[in-house]
Design a binder for this molecule. Sequence first.
Ligand code: DGP
Length: 111
Amino acid sequence: MTIFEKIIARQTPAKIIWEDDDAIAFHDVNPQAPVHVLIVPKRVVPRLTEATDSDSALLGKLLLVARDIAKKLDLSSGYRVVINSGPDAGESVPHLHVHLLGKRALAWPPG
Ligand code: DGP
């Protein structure tokens, strides 16, 4: 069980800000910006590389949830949405998730 499955099952606490049958969103425990939210599908897809065409609705939903949370948290001056897939990207939890970062200027290119 990944840490995110434990959060979904309420076995590990998290600051949950949104949830429905398909996904959950909570604040990252190690925030890289004043707002750093993770949007996580409840069904385990380990990483984007392993997503299939049948996951298209779920993947689209994660982005639209990011849009809605950005609005709710007033990220009106901009925000970044990130998916780390695999070791070179720094993926540390093998359960697909979308990072939503905002409330500060974010450098480009990323490190
Ligand atoms: P990634 O490196 O893309 O796999 O991102 C994993 C993120 O998960 C990382 O930013 C830290 C966060 N994280 C890890 N463990 C926990 C936890 O127990 N609670 C919360 N809220 N976030 C966690």
